[in-house]
Write a protein that binds this ligand. Structure first.
Ligand code: HEM
Length: 462
């Protein structure tokens, strides 16, 4: 059966193969490989990584493994997940921003936080946040509409919009007053402190690297800023008797279901920082790539626009019925998973896929590789949203992991899917999206799957 038949595509539609980086050469010196990893981990993988079940390497005297098979992934992320913690380099780079929040917590502290926060992220709780999402998206569209005939940097617009959504869903207030400062913090950290330096990788966690000193200064300013946001939100008062208005109220009200304990202010600060940071850049990246793909593939874009038109002009109630728009988001995150790598360090010895894993070895699951693995997907590099339509053969549970899987799966996955589907539907329902600048945009893997530059788009009102 051809791919067109398998996914019931119109026979004339040749799937688009959007740009992706060339495979790294098979033989490279350690130094060149290190330089390639620092530039973009995605570009450091060879063709073999897209064909093999296990890729074994050495990383600063330790073994590293990339596992590409369902059994190995199930073992690491589910069956024996407690043996696999965040890596020292990940902790070093993220802790100054995220503190002891959910993403970096381990063991009992993590279990307590996860149990406590889970009710704030159920589909029902996310629905209460919908009006904040809709208002921020519609204000973005109105701003774009006012200058719809000038070329626009949609990557920046998506970053601002998702930050605004993060701020409003967290605190109710618009980010007009604090958005610029928040954005400056995020940019400063990303540009100056988030990329690990050599000493960050070599030194044990207890020994501060030169970068750690700058990170500590940054943390002091950052926590002050977050606490000021919290104080302002507290001053705005609670919605007595009414359902919680925002994530902050949900988090303040959250109690550990087993112990009844609430978060302290310092813990709330770290959760606020974690949710804003883990949520906004990833979703902006997904939306950027979705708009880029739709600009390259006008036939698919027309299908999204037609679906949005049919479903009562983007009503929020129609969200569940935006099956094609949702499939575009799913397929975008297959081709450009915002989190391209899930990294763990082994706490104790283990055997995975026949490999002996020693304590401190690095174990990697790479959504980027899995999502383009030649053994898993027909035409792995082609953009075919129909793969994700209801009725299409569902992908293996461990072959498609934009949000990870198992106990540490992304807590904001539903939130992100709702936000991205809604934003894409409303933007494409309103504008035809074209590229002003058509030279290829390459994905670069640094923290998230970033475009190597921000192309200009042209929007035309529909
Ligand atoms: C398209 C958007 C997003 C993507 C692709 C994404 C992806 C991921 C991935 C891959 C993980 C890690 C899984 C692991 O280490 O095993 C994760 C964890 C996490 N994400 Fe997301 N995420 C997104 C949006 C969000 C949003 C909107 C929020 C919050 C509002 C959020 C909050 C978190 C948190 C707190 C964790 C840590 C969970 C834990 O360790 O228990 N994410 N995310």
């Amino acid at each position: 059966m051809s791919i067109a038949e398998a996914y019931e595509m119109p026979p004339a539609h040749q799937p688009l193969v959007p740009p992706y980086p060339p495979r790294a050469p098979d033989s490279m010196s350690t130094l060149s490989r290190l330089a390639a990893i620092r530039n973009s981990t995605i570009g450091s993988w060879t063709q073999q990584a897209y064909e093999d079940d296990v890729i074994r390497g050495r990383f600063f005297g330790r073994n590293s493994f990339i596992f590409n098979t369902p059994d190995a992934i199930r073992h690491v992320l589910i069956e024996n997940y407690e043996n696999y913690t965040r890596t020292p380099a990940g902790i070093r780079v993220l802790r100054p921003m995220l503190g002891e929040g959910l993403l970096l917590a381990e063991g009992r502290a993590w279990k307590h936080q996860r149990r406590t926060l889970a009710p704030a992220f159920t589909p029902r709780a996310v629905m209460t946040l919908l009006p904040h999402m809709v208002s921020a998206i519609d204000e973005t569209i109105a701003t774009l509409d006012a200058r719809h005939d000038t070329p626009v940097d949609l990557r920046e617009v998506m970053q601002r919009m998702t930050l605004e959504i993060a701020g409003r869903t967290m605190f109710s207030f618009g980010m007009a007053r604090h958005g610029a400062a928040l954005r400056d913090f995020v940019m400063e950290y990303g540009n100056r402190l988030a990329r690990p330096h050599l000493l960050d990788l070599l030194l044990p966690l207890g020994w501060p690297s030169p970068q750690d000193i700058s990170r500590a200064f940054f943390r002091r300013r950052w926590t002050r800023f977050v606490q000021a946001l919290i104080a302002e939100r507290r001053a705005a008062g609670k919605s007595e008797g009414a359902p919680p208005r925002d994530l902050f109220e949900l988090m303040v009200a959250a109690r550990d279901p087993e112990t009844g304990v609430a978060f302290t202010d310092a813990q709330l600060g770290d959760q606020v920082a974690t949710m804003i940071l883990a949520g906004h850049e990833t979703t902006a990246t997904a939306l950027f790539w979705a708009l880029y793909l739709l600009a390259l593939d006008p036939a698919i874009q027309d299908e999204v626009a037609a679906e949005v038109r049919d479903i009562a002009a983007n009503s929020t109630a129609g969200l569940d019925r935006l099956a094609f728009t949702r499939a575009v988001i799913d397929e975008t995150m297959r081709l450009y998973p915002p989190a391209f790598l899930i990294a763990r360090a082994a706490a104790g010895p283990d055997t995975v896929a026949g490999m002996q894993v020693a304590p401190k070895d690095v174990v990697l699951i790479a959504p980027w590789l899995l999502h383009r693995h030649e053994k898993i997907w027909p035409e792995p590099n082609a953009f075919i949203p129909a793969r994700f339509l209801p009725g299409a053969p569902p992908p293996d549970r461990f072959a498609y992991l934009p949000f990870g899987v198992g106990p540490r799966v992304c807590i904001g996955a539903h939130f992100a899917i709702v936000e991205a589907t809604l934003a894409l539907a409303r933007i494409v329902g309103h504008f035809r999206v074209d590229l002003e600048d058509r030279s290829p945009v390459m994905p670069v893997g640094v923290v998230t799957t970033q475009p190597d530059r921000s192309p200009l788009f042209r929007l035309t009102r529909r």
